[in-house]
Design a protein around this ligand. Sequence first.
Ligand code: NAP
Length: 496
Amino acid sequence: MTPRLKNFINGQWIEPSTGRYGESRNPARNSEIIVEFPLSGREDVDRAVAAAREAYPKWRSLPAPRRGEILFRAAELLRARKEALGQLVTREMGKVLPEGKGDVQEAIDFAYYMAGEGRRLVSEVVPSESPDKDAKSIRVPHGVFALITPWNFPVAIPVWKVFAALICGNTAVLKPSSDSPLCAARLVEILAAAGLPPGVLNLVTGSGPEVGEPLALHPQVDGISFTGSSAVGEALERQAAALHRPIAVEMGGKNAILIMPDADFKLALEGVLWGGFGTAGQRCTAASRVIVHREIHDRFVDELVAAARKMRLGDGLEAQTDVGPVINEGALKKILDYIRIGQEEGAQLRTGGVRKSDGPLADGWFIEPAVFTGVTPQMRIAQEEIFGPVVAVLACDSFEEGVRMVNGTRYGLSSAIFTRDVNLTARAEKELETGLVYINASTIGAEIQLPFGGYKHSGSGHPECGGRMGAIDFYTRIKTVYRDYSGKLQRAQIDV
Ligand code: NAP
């Protein structure tokens, strides 16, 4: 019998008020239902937010190092369950098993990092201009967070949000993607087993419009963190602005790799294959554009096409698979639409771009890795996020033209340059308008101890993850405190 999930509210697993359930299916074997999950409604959202609200005063009063101890125990459990969780990631959203385990490893890394943050949460103390007076800023939590996550990193992204929100003293309601609810539920089980008090983290599953939106806009919610498509993220930003509510959104990308003639050719080729076709191109940082200097363009394209043809499609649990399925039928259709659009625009489809549906692949959403050449900057396939295994190759004549092309979209998440010229790498670092820049590495592969976030329409400027300007800044508010112990009135700027 198919397992059935419940919502997790106030420390209890409970049925949704609607009595309705959806299905999460294995994208490599569509006939396999991974789990049935609640299609919740507003009442469930109300309950979850009320539980988070009630738990908030006690949780925020618990010293941050104590909160960190609970998160540390959760990190230990994540580590112990890495293999099983990695397999679940692959079954529920399709990425190949080494990447499924990588998703969990990223979660483990961040969980430990945030647990340690319980003993830092650094703020500032500065000298006052007056004698016998303290001047400092402290970090305080916001309250209740709505956390809305996508399916492509079904363990790592919920962990990025949950652990950062919680260590800062907030409580939260998590609304995961309807394509990966079981991964989120496993995470919640781990936090409960680690001793998280009831109500501190709640899980409500269901559709974006029926659960995500009422949650984000709920009157008792104090902040929103969303990762997903630009269309949904930008709509939420507008709604949150009307409520004057802090919101962090991480959204789509149209990331590019720039390859100069002096690049390590083999390394650049490996970088394009990994960035373009890893996770079947379904990473926000996927290398969906490759801008190659004309001096090496033809040779590079020939080798890229030959290598793409050799990639083996299949179930991500099988060791020989290079590229897994795309997430669902809707995604498959959207990608095939872009393949048609690219051809209509005049780009040459050099390989792939067709649904593979023979033999055991017939039951899944498989699409052969596609390479387009002859792409010009204004084509839709060079401007719009496709989110599938499709690489558009553009030619440039100089570094300057290449940088203009990289920067010439509405997105600004990740970019990369391959060159051996140290001076060019320094210029690229300055001139590429993306939140992440990789030098002699692909556009994917961020590490959690530095901020992660996009420019322009890729993000709101409140990065996720670690580092001095990372997630802690978003999940805390700054309170500036002056304490005068002189016993007399000292007037700032006047009694000097
Ligand atoms: P999505 O369709 O925007 O969904 C993201 C989440 O929002 C899901 O939980 C979804 O619920 C929910 N949602 C949908 N409509 C909503 C609404 N009106 N109000 C509130 N919530 C709503 O994106 P996705 O397909 O899951 O993920 C792929 C996208 O995420 C890509 O664009 C990718 O670039 C982006 N992404 C960005 C980053 C980053 O850090 N920049 C990282 C990963 C992915 P349902 O699942 O129930 O629809």
